[in-house]
Design a protein around this ligand. Structure first.
Ligand code: DLL
Length: 432
């Protein structure tokens, strides 16, 4: 079943033409209504009317999170507030929040797109969808909520938190689709075991997870523990929220909603496009946003575009799952390390739990990295010697994967902080 087949299966040349037309009107809108863009275009001698090819995109200025912060709260809005019907904000962990707005038409597009994402993940009007993302300034809850309603599913707007209640409602209301962050899904899965809930007796069949990086290994774990098909979806509040890209049932990359977003992959150092298929930073230009058009937004997210058609029939370009951000890449002793690499190693080792935390400190002039790893209780009942061997084994595997030595400390099951939203994997004490 397709949601918007005429767009999702569009002939590529037609899509390029549509993108060009929409880019032209976005540039016009930005230049006319947003002083920031008008000034930028002037500085770079850009005539928004002179855009006749998508390749011209490369001449446009980038927009960064700092630009959004500098224009806090409404400086980048392209419509007066009376046309704005919704406001969201991303708090971020550091610095000033960023604020985004939506017109009525933006909200319609947003619901269409999250409905698309859900349909491609397998949700139908027969599903009961439990939305365990936070409802509020975070875009996750409301974004997915309206998509699920749009496609006609029965929506439970439970929001995040209160896991016991989540699980009770999941049983009583016969939830068949779960929508939340992958780390929260894992927490729920663990809690089900504690509460003695028989997963076989639940009608749960699909999970739509996003909002934070996760891995193939975590997908397998979630699928096994929850008896679901788990799919990945991606988005960010600066661009819209969820609804930017999502996996279909083939689960071989995330289809990008290209009729609304124009993507590029650049080298974050040179800012030039990478060779086709290479990994780089995802840059997004919105094509239909009225209240908050964004030109060449540097997402800081790392991915690559995947070649070839998808057996599902959609012609929308696919991207690989986002495995990290340029800014959560740790540079330890000069070596680039992503939390996802550590996660992948832990998933391969029998006896470890997929809960870990990375602590980076500076001792004198040297970086010291400690990985706290939760292990099943049986490991703690082992002899000291066996425990030491187990630690050595993990350290060795991490050394091979990362190219640097790290210290591993085992901690008991359920000692690391659990998150009902996005998990916090890294504590970098070097910045303090
Ligand atoms: O997390 C929007 C969202 C909500 C997407 C629910 C999907 C589902 P922000 O809070 O602005 O918005 O955070 C956006 O989260 O730049 C990525 O670094 C990360 N992220 C989001 N989805 C994924 C994903 C929402 N599927 C930031 N895989 C983005 C990896 C993701 N990272």
């Amino acid at each position: 079943m397709y949601w918007q087949q005429e767009k999702e299966c569009m002939v590529r040349e037609d899509m390029a033409q549509l993108q060009l037309e929409r880019l032209q009107s976005t540039l016009f809108r930005a230049a006319t209504h947003v002083p920031f863009y008008r000034a930028e275009f002037k500085k770079m001698n850009i005539d928004p009317d002179g855009f006749t090819s998508l390749d011209d995109l490369r001449r446009l200025p980038f927009t960064t999170k700092a630009d959004l912060r500098d224009n806090y709260p409404y400086g980048l809005f392209a419509v007066p507030l009376r046309e704005v019907v919704r406001i969201h904000s991303s708090s971020g962990t550091t610095g000033q929040a960023t604020v985004v707005g939506y017109t009525r038409n933006d909200l319609k597009n947003w619901s269409d797109l999250t409905a698309r994402i859900m349909t491609s993940a397998g949700v139908t009007p027969d599903d009961v969808v439990q939305i365990a993302f936070g409802y509020g300034l975070f875009t996750g809850g409301f974004g997915m909520h309206y998509g699920a309603e749009r496609l006609g599913a029965s929506v439970i707007p439970i929001s995040s938190g209160n896991t016991k209640r989540q699980l009770r409602i999941m049983q009583d209301f016969k939830t068949s689709a779960l929508v939340c962050t992958p780390s929260y899904a894992l927490l729920m899965a663990d809690r089900m075991v504690d509460m003695g809930i028989n997963i076989n007796a639940l009608p749960l069949r699909v999970g739509l997870f996003g909002g934070e990086p996760w891995s193939e290994a975590m997908r397998r774990e979630l699928e096994e523990k929850l008896h679901i098909k788990a799919s990945d979806n991606y988005g960010l509040s600066e661009i819209m929220g969820p609804g930017v890209a999502g996996e279909c049932r083939e689960a071989n990359g995330l289809h990008i909603n290209e009729d609304h977003f124009l993507v590029e992959i650049i080298d974050p150092d040179t800012l030039e496009p990478v060779a086709p298929g290479e990994v780089g930073e995802l840059v997004i230009t919105t094509l239909t946003k009225e209240a908050f058009p964004v030109i060449r937004y540097r997402t800081r997210d790392l991915t690559r575009l995947l070649p070839g058609p998808c057996p599902c029939g959609r012609t929308l370009q696919r991207m690989e799952r986002v495995f990290g951000r340029t800014d959560d890449m740790l540079i330890i002793k000069g070596v680039n390390v992503f939390p996802s690499q550590i996660e992948a190693v832990l998933f391969e080792i029998e006896g470890t739990e997929p809960h870990y935390q990375i602590i980076v400190e500076r001792e004198g002039r040297l970086d010291k990295t400690t990985v706290l790893v939760e292990v099943v209780n049986a490991i703690f009942s082992d002899q000291m010697k066996e425990q030491r061997e187990f630690v050595n084994q993990i350290q060795k595997r991490l050394q091979v994967e990362l190219g640097i030595g790290v210290e591993v400390k085992l901690v008991e099951e359920k000692t690391l902080e659990r998150s009902e939203g996005k998990a916090r994997r890294v504590i970098d004490k070097r910045q303090i």
